[in-house]
Design a binder for this molecule. Structure first.
Ligand SMILES: Nc1ncnc2c1ncn2[C@@H]1O[C@H](COP(=O)(O)OP(=O)(O)OP(=O)(O)O)[C@@H](O)[C@H]1O
Length: 545
């Protein structure tokens, strides 16, 4: 382990006092840093597990009741193995340390963290028994079909090493016990209601503005504001969640421990296509204006039901954002239209809220007329629309026995998110995470000719007989389909394009696995973001253009 990581981990073990007496805006800062949310020695067995709230790229969030106290939490269980493999440790640590220091009614609260070593141990032994008995494996290095082809001795050696190394990956992040937001995502409210009334949107937008003012005053940019990350309490008040993309500014009042720093070069996966501001696409440094742009997109989505820059692929969405191709439905009031128009200013410093005294201007905007900013949380929130087929808008307590901390990313979420931020009932049972902003990373531009543009891009695994290799798969409008070695930045393969499906076809084997077939070669790929169907659609769409 690196020295800085040791340092961080030893600090993680400091027991902070669990109660915060800081109140509103004062964040505890000292050289000898102590966490507010303590690291507890709990295991999963200390909780009664309820429904799965959702599955993120690196974690699964499940409703859980502490058996001894009866307190309900949202447990964010990290997929440590995946986080290590994907090199996202710094993000996980940063989310933990930033959340620990935030104390605001509009921000999801971190109560404590824990490392569930008991289930790790149980998992490891179950793993050995199952693997030996049935030849089943979850393999970190090789795909399971290939594992089965290995001779028995090689299987044993492989399992031995996997088990030796798995516990190390365990120490990269802790599971988090968060405040449980029983009202679900604002996104679901928009979907269930079709669109929100201006009163409803004003209520939610005001609560978001209030929480954003708090984090911006501390020198922190959220960088992933969107209706999916705005959660609701059982009563219907907003809580900003998912600080996995957070960026503390240079002069931030937040303490950032070594190795939890957000390094822009490493942080290529921040944000979500539909809410990304144009300056981020032009590689400008992050500013508070990024969140204000996303607020503008979110307000638009509340009022209309869809995000303002909608299109079929991320690349097309990015083109619309850069061109600020913005159209308002007729039914938007002048005040709503004006506020969104200002928040979606191409110049981030001109967005209301961006200047040093900007929040006063933002809060005085006519759209917010009548909002009692000092008593927001005392207001009665809009009525929550219940989940279809249920009576209650809030989470139930049904025990889900299928849940297991080792099965993160199994696609148990109920809807598929599209690149434009909408949902589709198609493919229920699989979650598609939006491709990351690394899609637009300028380093891939070198593989394009003048005028050529990227239609789809993913970091995927190219599966070979006994090994797999990470490659960047790129589809352009030329059309051109290539895969690039992401570290050496050299083209490893150029798949000969043909509009004829007999010469170029895609076979989808699972949400993550697909094959690209040409008369000479069949190449197998695994897309961790489960975009196999999107690859098929993109390639076939181009063949039929
Ligand atoms: N405190 C919470 N209370 C209730 N539900 C939550 C809570 N935190 C997260 N969730 C739900 O769990 C889902 C997964 O959350 P998580 O933070 O792991 O990832 P994400 O934000 O969806 O995705 P990504 O990490 O890929 O950006 C969320 O979409 C949200 O609906």
């Amino acid at each position: 382990m690196l020295e800085t990581e040791k340092d961080f981990d030893s600090k993680l073990k400091i027991q902070g006092n669990s109660s915060s007496s800081n109140g509103g805006g004062n964040v505890q800062r000292s050289k000898s840093f102590a966490f507010r949310a303590p690291q507890e020695n709990y295991t999963i067995q200390d909780f009664e597990l309820g429904k799965i709230y959702g599955v993120g790229s690196y974690s699964k969030v499940v409703r859980a009741k502490k058996k001894d106290t009866g307190t309900v939490y949202a447990l964010k269980i990290m997929d440590k193995k995946f986080i290590t493999k994907e090199n996202k440790t710094a993000y996980v640590k940063l989310e933990r340390i930033v959340l620990d220091q935030l104390d605001h009614p509009g921000i999801v609260r971190l109560y404590f963290t824990f490392q569930d070593s008991f289930s790790l141990c149980k998992y490891s032994w179950m793993y050995v028994i199952f693997t030996l008995a049935y030849g089943l494996t979850y393999s970190s290095l090789i795909p399971s079909q290939l594992f089965l082809l290995l001779p028995s001795f090689a299987k044993l050696v492989y399992i031995y090493f996997d088990i030796i190394f798995f516990p190390f990956s365990f120490y990269i992040g802790e599971d988090m016990a968060l405040e449980s937001c029983e009202g679900g995502e604002l996104f679901d409210q928009i979907t269930r209601k079709g669109r929100l009334s201006e009163d409803e949107a004003r209520f939610y937008a005001a609560e978001v503005v209030d929480a954003l003012e708090y984090i911006h005053n501390l020198g922190v940019i959220h960088r992933d504001i969107k209706p999916e990350n705005l959660l609701l309490t059982a009563e219907g008040h907003i809580k900003i969640a998912d600080f996995g993309s957070v960026k503390p500014m240079q002069d931030s009042q937040i303490t950032v421990l070594p190795n939890a720093a957000s390094d822009d070069k490493a942080c290529t996966f921040v944000g979500t296509a539909a809410y990304v501001p144009p300056e981020v696409l032009n590689s400008s440094p992050a500013t508070f204006g990024n969140d204000l742009w996303a607020l503008g997109c979110t307000l638009y989505q509340m009022l209309s039901g869809t995000s303002p820059f909608k299109d079929a692929s991320e690349w097309l969405i990015f083109q619309r954002i850069i061109a600020r191709d913005l159209r308002f439905p007729d039914y938007f009031s002048d005040e709503a239209r004006d506020l969104i128009d200002r928040l979606l200013d191409l110049d981030p410093s001109r967005r209301p809220g961006a200047a040093p005294d900007g929040y006063a201007i933002l809060k005085r905007h006519p759209f917010f007329k009548g909002v009692d900013w000092d008593n927001l949380r005392a207001q009665i929130p809009p009525k929550l629309a219940p989940e279809p087929g249920t009576q209650s808008p809030v989470a139930d307590d049904v025990h889900d026995s299928s849940w297991s901390p080792s099965h993160i990313g199994d696609g148990s979420a109920a809807s598929v998110r599209q690149p434009d931020g909408a949902t589709s009932s198609e493919g229920t049972g699989h979650i598609t995470r939006l491709a990351s902003i690394d899609s637009f990373d300028s380093k891939w531009q070198q593989f394009l000719e003048p005028g050529e543009s990227v239609l789809m891009i993913s970091m995927v695994k190219k599966l070979q007989k006994l090994t797999s290799k990470k490659v960047q798969l790129i589809l352009t409008n030329k059309p051109k389909l290539i895969y690039v070695d992401p570290s050496k930045l050299i083209v490893k393969g150029n798949i000969i394009w043909s509009d004829n499906p007999n010469d170029l076809s895609i076979q989808v084997a699972s949400p993550s696995n697909f094959k690209i077939c040409t008369p000479k070669k069949v190449m197998s790929f695994e897309d961790a973001k489960q975009r196999a169907c999107q690859w098929k659609k993109a390639i076939e769409g181009l063949q039929n253009r």
